[in-house]
Design a protein around this ligand. Structure first.
Ligand code: SF4
Length: 350
C-alpha cells in the first residue's frame, strides 16, 4: 500500500513544458511538477491507453529517422508492437481495448513512420525528430514531434491521435497553442524566418498555419506573464488551497488531485466522467467478506463526515486498520455510492 505524499514546499516555476503550460492556464496546483517538493515519491502512474499510444508514436518516429532500410524499420516496428502488447497485458483495465495490432492510432503511427523514413532518406531537407529544445531564456522546454528545415523555413509536423476539432467543429485551441509553443522553440534554436505548422489527425484531417517570429515572441511573452502571475501566488499563499482552481475540465485528468485540498470538497459537484473520484476517509468498519476476494468496508469521509460503504479487494481490506485515514483513488461515483474499479488503489493518508 502506498502513502499519499504531502506537499513540503513549493518553489517558483522556472521553466515549463507545453502540457504544464496548458495546465497552468486552468489551475496553478495542477501545473506544478518539478517545483513541487513532496515528503516522498508518488505511486507509479497507472498507464492509460493514450499514454502508451503516445510512447509508441514517439518510438516509431525515432526509428523512422535512425533506420535506413524500410524492411528493417517494419521489423523493428513489429517488435515495438509486440512489446506494447506485453505492457498492455499487465494492466487489467487495458484488456478491454483489444489487441494492440488492431488499434487505429498504432497503425497510423506505423504508417507515418514509414512515410517519414522515406522523406528523411530521399529528401534534401534536414529532418529533426524528438529532441528537447529550450528557448534562449530557458523558460519554454519541449520536444516537437518532427520538423524539417528547408532554407529559412521550418515545417513542424504534429500527428494527433484525436480529432483536430471540438464537437462543434472548431479547431481545438490547444493544438494552435502547441504550434506557437514549438515554433517559439524552433525560432530560438534555428536561423529560420517562418515556421509552418502542419497538423494531421489519425482520422486523416490536415490543417496548416504559419507562425511568424513576432507571433512567437508575443506568445513567449504571454507564457512568461502567466508564469509570473502563478509565481506571485506561489510566493504569497497561506494555504495550498489558494493555488487550486477546480473545474470539470481541469480536474478530470489531473494527477495532483491526490493531494489537492480543493478536489475532495467539490468533486461531486463537478461534471466528471469515469473512474476519477477519490474517497478520503477513515476506516469505520470491516464487514464480513462478500466472497473470497472482496470485502465490504465502511468509511467516514474526512471532509463531510458522510458514511460510505464500499466493496474493495480483500487484499487491501486486510491491511487497513480501524480509525486510520486512507485515500482511495480512481473510483466511479454513481447513485450516491463510490465504486471500486480495476484502476482503483488504496493509499495510507496519515
Ligand atoms: S484536482 Fe482540480 S483543483 Fe486540484 S490541482 Fe487538479 S485541477 Fe487543480
Amino acid at each position: 500500500m502506498w502513502e499519499i505524499p504531502k506537499i513540503k514546499q513549493i518553489e517558483p516555476i522556472r521553466s515549463i513544458t507545453f502540457y504544464d503550460y496548458l495546465a497552468l492556464i486552468d489551475c496553478t496546483l495542477k501545473a506544478l511538477t518539478t517545483s513541487l517538493m513532496l515528503t516522498h515519491s508518488r505511486a507509479p502512474d497507472i498507464m492509460s491507453k493514450s499514454a502508451l499510444v503516445g510512447r509508441f508514436h514517439h518510438k516509431a518516429l525515432e526509428l523512422a529517422v535512425t533506420v535506413n532500410e524500410k524492411t528493417e524499420l517494419k521489423k523493428l516496428i513489429e517488435t515495438e508492437i509486440s512489446d506494447l502488447q506485453k505492457e498492455v497485458d499487465k494492466w487489467p483495465h487495458l484488456k478491454r481495448c483489444g489487441a494492440v495490432s488492431g488499434w487505429d492510432e498504432v497503425n497510423q503511427s506505423a504508417t507515418n513512420a514509414i512515410r517519414i523514413q522515406r522523406e528523411s532518406r530521399d529528401g534534401k531537407a534536414k529532418v529533426i525528430v524528438e529532441r528537447t529544445y529550450r528557448t534562449v531564456d530557458e523558460v519554454l522546454i519541449g520536444r516537437p514531434d518532427y520538423f524539417t528545415i528547408i532554407s529559412d523555413k521550418a515545417i513542424l509536423k504534429e500527428y494527433k491521435s484525436t480529432s483536430l476539432r471540438t464537437p462543434s467543429g472548431i479547431v481545438k485551441q490547444e493544438f494552435l497553442l502547441q504550434g506557437q509553443f514549438y515554433a517559439a522553440l524552433i525560432f530560438d534554436n534555428f536561423p529560420v524566418k517562418k515556421v509552418e505548422v502542419w497538423l494531421e489527425s489519425f482520422d486523416g484531417e490536415r490543417l496548416d498555419f504559419s507562425v511568424t517570429h513576432s507571433v512567437a515572441e508575443e506568445f513567449k511573452a504571454e507564457v512568461k506573464s502567466i508564469i509570473q502571475k502563478a509565481n506571485e501566488i506561489i510566493r504569497n499563499f497561506d494555504v495550498v488551497e489558494e493555488l487550486s482552481s477546480p473545474s470539470s475540465s481541469s480536474c478530470q485528468f489531473c494527477k495532483n488531485k491526490i493531494f489537492c485540498p480543493a478536489f475532495p470538497k467539490v468533486q461531486l459537484s463537478l461534471e466528471l466522467t469515469g473512474p476519477v473520484f477519490i474517497l478520503d476517509a477513515k476506516l469505520a468498519l470491516v464487514h464480513e467478506n462478500v466472497n473470497d476476494q472482496i470485502s465490504k468496508i465502511q468509511m467516514v469521509s474526512t471532509y463531510t463526515a458522510d458514511v460510505y460503504e464500499i466493496s474493495i479487494p480483500t487484499i487491501y481490506a486486510e491491511k487497513m486498520k480501524l480509525h486510520e485515514r486512507y485515500l482511495i483513488e480512481n473510483l466511479l461515483y454513481s447513485s450516491s455510492r463510490f465504486l471500486w474499479t480495476d484502476q482503483s488503489r488504496v493509499h495510507r493518508n496519515g
